[in-house]
Design a protein around this ligand. Structure first.
Ligand code: COA
Ligand code: AMP
Length: 640
């Protein structure tokens, strides 16, 4: 058996119990949640591999995140701190104030006919109203689907068509540094592109940008709230969906990850104490965006379920206004735990390598830094650890799992850190490393990272309206296991190392992107015959995409102009967040004799890594041409 080592210690005891007796383990965690009706069964495997947690139970996630705290002594404690250097304001909400704002907005949605099971798309910048809208959906038993603001209209339209929302909540603009980015034109274009037409949009007018409202369809947030009556929490089944969150798949079509109410509430509350070592009342800051899973789990639900104060930060680690932004927020709001992506720390390190800005602030409340979203390079981890005097914890997770798969669980037992490893599997996550025959491999061998079924509570139930896609993408390749699509290994001490993806997903500044999705956009250019997109290493963002284009025969246009056009197309169709800035025109793409494009080899060439000419290549001479073309763009630099 190749599970994490069965040694002594508190982590080991908790891990063993979670695997040997998951019913008892999660039943105990479930007791920390308020239920209208207790569950009949903790783990329901009657439809395996569609496992369900806490079947028969009834609860309301919003009640647990807000009302319960108001009723049990936290009414006047700060629930949410909105800190926005880009709009120059800070605003706080107590639990009572956040509950009241949420119940009123739930009243607005209810008035529009939104009820249990209806979907609501939320396309918002990092403003408190985004949190209110999410919680208001949960209050009604409606299913929210938050779409990250950095996605363009086409991506938004794809999500609207899949989720088929009754209403959309948006704002007049987002703020990126000093730039005002109008959201309404993007929303209008998405609504034009989408086949499904939601009945209503509710638009928050921000003072820096006025959005034109379409009469009869668009409502002004403030006017709607002023006219609304507060709405109470609606009991839902533990297994009812709480939200859909779309994430990149291997094609241009995003996958709608579905989370339930019961398992999610139980698991996230459990993680706050056990993984993050956080206590009710502590200030917890996830410097992410509500459009990502980290934002869902650790800006909104986790901290509020646990009675923490959560920070909603509308800004960047650098440039808003400087590389001291994180230290200012930690100091001003007495943040105890910060959670962000390694990219943010690379950005700070680049601008302020000796952390001069940090010296200006009192960081005495700061106790732990958690990093996730991408592989944490050991240099960044060591730099942060040696400068911060707090534990720096790399932890590994995915949109699908909703919380971490491997971590150093501060609330259970702090294990020694091994840079490059997100430590050991978290209780509930039975991680194994298997080969293509589904056999476990030796310690130290790199292969597919999988998790033995059933996944613990709080992980995804299925893909929205796509049970078949769920089985095919995640459960078929390794029967009995969930395929993470990450490759890595486990060392002799049971530490897990996550090395790379096994599919065409790349990770850009902690954001997950499908190279296949970008290729779909490039190939729609009229002059492009075929193309390939790979991720190249980037000092700041971890990876960035680059494209290779083969033009249709007879095309005489300036290749530079075509490159500019495809770069703009990716920006317009996927969004600026793709950070797609470079493409190069080549005569041919390297392929195997059976016609498969050798993306891995091109990626190695671009990164300047040593590569072997694949035995199956149809024309080995082409690799030198590719290398020359990439060198021309500043890639393919050999490591010294
Ligand atoms: N709405 C609209 N546009 C957005 C956006 C949003 N919510 N978020 C980002 N963008 C745009 C940016 O303005 C940028 O546009 P540009 O090409 O016109 O400059 C583009 O998308 C890329 O954004 P980003 O990847 O954030 O790069 P950046 O250069 O602006 O900032 C970092 C670099 C490292 C500072 C930034 O990526 C960062 O803070 N990363 C932290 C990681 C993180 O939060 N990950 C989330 C998962 S935990
Ligand atoms: P997302 O679904 O956007 O959270 O992206 C999940 C993917 O990010 C994972 O499958 C990994 O490839 C990568 N990832 C997240 N956290 C880590 C980590 N700590 N170490 C290595 N890779 C990570």
């Amino acid at each position: 058996m190749m599970t994490a080592n069965r040694t002594s210690g508190a982590w080991q005891a908790a891990f063993n119990r979670s695997i040997d007796d998951p019913q008892a383990f999660w039943s105990e965690a479930g007791a920390a949640i308020h239920w209208y009706k207790k569950w009949d069964k903790v783990l329901d495997d009657s439809r395996a591999p569609f496992y369900r947690w806490f079947t028969g139970g009834q609860l309301n996630t919003c009640f647990n995140a807000l009302d319960w705290h108001v009723e049990t002594g936290r009414a006047d404690q700060t629930a949410l701190i909105y800190d926005s250097p880009v709009s120059n304001q800070t605003k706080t909400f107590t639990y009572r104030e956040l509950r009241d704002a949420t119940s009123r907005f739930a009243g607005v949605l209810a008035q529009l006919g939104v009820g249990k099971g209806d979907r609501v798309v939320i396309y918002m910048p990092m403003v408190p109203e985004a949190v209110v809208a999410m919680l208001a959906c949960a209050r009604l038993g409606a299913v929210h689907s938050v779409v990250f603001g950095g996605f363009a209209s086409r991506e938004l339209a794809i999500r609207i068509d899949d989720a088929k929302p009754k209403a959309i909540v948006s704002a007049s603009c987002g703020l990126e540094g000093k730039r005002i980015l109008p959201y309404k034109p993007l929303l209008d274009e998405a609504l034009r592109l989408a086949h499904h037409k939601p009945e209503k949009s509710i638009i928050l007018q921000r003072p820096m940008e006025h959005a034109e409202l379409v009469a009869g369809r668009d409502l002004d947030w403030n006017e709607a709230v002023a006219a609304a009556k507060p709405h109470d929490c609606v009991p839902v089944a533990a297994t009812d969906p709480l939200y859909i969150l779309y994430t990149s798949g291997t094609t241009g079509k995003a996958k709608g990850v579905v989370r339930d109410n019961g398992g999610h509430a139980v698991a996230l509350k459990w993680t706050m104490k056990n993984i993050y070592g956080s206590h009710p009342g502590d200030v917890f800051w996830a410097a992410s965006d509500v459009g990502w899973v980290v934002g869902h789990s650790y800006i909104v639900y986790g901290p509020l379920l646990h009675g923490n104060t959560t920070v909603l930060y509308e800004g960047k680690p650098v440039g808003t206004p400087d590389a001291g932004a994180f230290w200012r927020v930690i100091s001003q709001h007495k943040v105890k735990t910060l959670f962000t992506a390694p990219t943010a720390f690379r950005a700070i390190k680049k601008e302020d390598p000796s952390l001069e800005f940090k010296r200006k602030y009192d960081l005495s409340n700061f106790k732990a830094l958690f990093l996730a979203g991408e592989r944490c390079d050991p240099d960044t981890l060591r730099w942060a650890a040696s400068n911060l005097n707090v534990p720096v914890i790399d932890h590994w997770w995915q949109t699908e799992t909703g919380w971490s798969i491997c971590a150093n669980c501060l609330g259970i037992e702090q294990l020694p850190v091994k840079p490059g490893s997100p430590t050991k599997p978290v209780p509930g996550m039975d991680v194994r490393v298997v080969d293509y025959r589904n056999q476990e491999v030796k310690r130290g061998d790199v292969d597919a990272l999988v998790i033995k079924l059933p996944l613990p509570p709080g992980t995804f139930l299925t893909l929205w309206n796509n049970d078949e896609g769920f089985l095919k993408s995640y459960l078929t390749a390794y029967p009995g296991y969930y395929k993470t699509a990450d490759a890595g290994y486990m060392d002799d001490d049971g530490y897990v190392y996550v090395m790379s993806r096994t599919d065409d997903i790349i990770n850009v500044a902690g954001h997950r992107l499908s190279t296949g999705g970008i290729e779909e956009v490039l190939s729609s250019h009229p002059d492009v015959a075929e193309c390939a997109v790979c991720g190249v290493n980037d000092e700041l963002k971890g990876q960035i995409p680059f494209g290779l284009l083969v033009l249709k025969s007879g095309v005489q246009r300036d290749p530079g102009a075509i490159v500019s056009e495809v770069v703009q197309m990716v920006r317009d169709e996927i969004g600026p967040i793709a950070s797609f800035k470079t493409a190069v025109v080549v005569q041919r793409l390297p392929k195997t004799r059976s016609g498969k494009i050798l993306r891995g080899t091109m990626q190695k060439i671009a990164n300047g890594d040593v590569y072997a000419t694949p035995a199956t290549i149809d024309d080995p001479a082409i690799l030198a041409e590719i290398e020359a073309a990439l060198a021309h763009c500043g890639y393919a630099k050999k490591h010294t």
